[in-house]
Design a protein around this ligand. Sequence first.
Ligand SMILES: Cc1ncc(COP(=O)(O)O)c(C=O)c1O
Length: 398
Amino acid sequence: MMRRKRNGSVCMKPLSDKTAGFTDSVIRRMTRVSNQYGAINLSQGFPDFDPPKEITDKLSELAHIGPHQYATTWGSQTIREALARKQKHFSGMDVDPNQEIVVTCGGTEAMMAAMLTVCNPGDKVVVFSPFYENYGADAILSGAEPIYVPLVPPAFSFDPNVLEDAFRQPGVKALILCNPSNPSGKVFTREELTIIADLAKKYDLYVITDEVYEHILYKPHEHVYMATLPGMRERTIICSSLSKTYSITGWRIGYVIASPDITERVKKVHDFLTIGAAAPLMEAVVVGLNFGDEYYEELQQHYTHMKELFCKGLRNIGLSFVEPQGAYYVMVDISEFGYGNDYDFAVDLARKVGVGSVPGSSFFKEDVHDYVRFHFAKKDETLKAALDRLAEIRNKMK
Ligand SMILES: Cc1ncc(COP(=O)(O)O)c(C=O)c1O
């Protein structure tokens, strides 16, 4: 007779050890919490405004004529050529569209494919903390052990000696570099990147970059592509995405750019993971990849406007926060509320104040519970409504 658990389900062999320790994504959980309490959701980072009309018009045209079947597994020729042109334009890099690009299902898959390409079980990867939470899962799935190097608030600076100590550990294979950075909003300077690059070369490490926010920057901060620093082209694996640049997080289009030897491997991993990104979506977004400089200038202006609106509002309420240099998140200091537990604070904020956020501890390896993260890629009316609610924070949260 079959044995049953107390809840009635059949007792079977245990599921994988690898995934047993996974918690659900706190970011996505906070979206559910926001929905549960009818809160304005400033937790999960996606815009509530539309993608450029030229791109959606192209998609509706393609709906009638295709392509509707599998594209080349590493991305259609047209999208790879458009990506190579865009990368040349913004970074000066010569990228071979046939040998150095793999189009993936979002930056998320790009990162996973890069990690599976680089790491053997037992290898170590260095990650700056606070970090985007997917990196922890990427490390587990690829069998790698993460080693964390703190980015110390409020400037989110790192100590090169601490970084070197991490690089020196046996079995270290790669660094994951999120630039511009989620959740801190840090944009690494050329000088900082040069320190990292020199150490990566000294210890013969790969640098896996996550550059999904490469076009979301606040002046005077500028994006420097790690791969363009001397000697870094062959050891950098660029992971990026069109999700944020064209406000199409649901389209799931990202890419890897790396030297041919690495790309050859990424192609195989990607083929077995997903076969390929959605064929009509890849074609439609080529319109966006061919936009001129005005598009990116307007994008920066739009994000600067949203950042200023939201940060000014937070300042008026008297909340302290770290001004972001790039990406679209702001870390707000909640220590004055005396909660001690930022997760409880974030749930209460959704329930009592009606604004969704992400508890900062889900991004830190260190024991930091003093922050929540808000994102501000939202329409003015959404941000103003959230600020109106936050104006009540001291009455409702104490
Ligand atoms: C740093 C970072 N990398 C990757 C992603 C996911 O990108 P994609 O939608 O392309 O999978 C996000 C989404 O918020 C992110 O913040």
